[in-house]
Ligand binder design. Structure first.
Ligand code: ZN
Length: 234
């Protein structure tokens, strides 16, 4: 028993998280930006565009949703590599810097109590905690609560997503003083159609914040924005 303990301890020392790429697991040196290897960092579809507007919500994403972005989040979310939250928060901090986005309060998308129990942590809130610390802001983790359960969004059409998420959140009335008159950064790991962002904003409106902007790590809504501007042109 004793021998085994020593081996486990030794492994912890030999393999601190930041010597492996967060995405592919290849060995990297610790000075590497965001703990990503050269190959993975060059294949991420980084987004440097200014803030976009989608369905009346100001949207910002760090990257377009692709296989590398998905793997990074999945490693955090389903493989329990919680240290990745800090690296994603660093990416978000830099993304916010290049757009001069101003905010005072971070509000993460809430998980359902069932999913929170099953996973043990809300990955978005974990990212938000690091981001708040890095940016000198505060996160109000329980600003929004789930009003009802929703189905997983995966595989749903844009219309079904909208329907699935409608009325899913409500503002935590006890937190209204922390939100009213503030500039709020709404946070999520992924975005697809922007339906969750719109629902978060709808719920937060009850607290009368000064402004809301939505930031996700990766998003696919580029297509939705193109569609909207084509509609506008008609
Ligand atoms: Zn890699």
């Amino acid at each position: 028993m004793r021998g085994r303990k020593i081996v486990e301890g030794a492994l912890d020392l030999l393999y601190p998280p930041r010597i492996y790429c967060d995405i592919c697991g290849n060995l990297i040196d610790e000075s590497r930006t965001y703990a990503l290897c050269d190959r993975c960092i060059s294949r991420m579809k980084w987004d440097r565009d200014p803030v976009q507007e989608l369905g009346g919500v100001k949207m910002l994403r760090c990257a377009e949703y692709g296989i590398y972005e998905r793997t990074m989040i999945f490693n955090l979310k389903y493989r329990g590599r919680k240290y990745i939250a800090r690296d994603i928060a660093e990416i978000m901090r830099d993304r916010l810097r290049i757009t001069d986005a101003v905010f005072e309060v971070i509000v993460p998308v809430p998980l359902s109590p069932e999913r929170l129990r099953a996973r043990g942590f809300n990955q978005t809130a974990l990212i938000g905690r690091h981001l708040a610390e890095m940016t000198g802001t505060v996160q109000v983790e329980d600003a929004l609560v789930r009003a009802r359960n929703t189905r997983p969004m995966h595989g749903l059409s844009p219309e079904e997503r909208e329907e699935n998420i409608r009325g899913a959140f409500r503002v935590n009335t006890g937190r209204i003083p922390d939100l009213s008159g503030r500039r709020i950064l709404m946070l999520d790991d992924f975005a697809t159609t922007g339906a969750t962002a719109r629902e978060m904003r709808r719920a937060l409106r009850e607290a009368e914040p000064a402004e809301e902007i939505f930031l996700s790590f990766a998003a696919r809504y580029g297509e939705a924005i193109r569609r909207t501007s084509e509609d506008d042109a008609d």
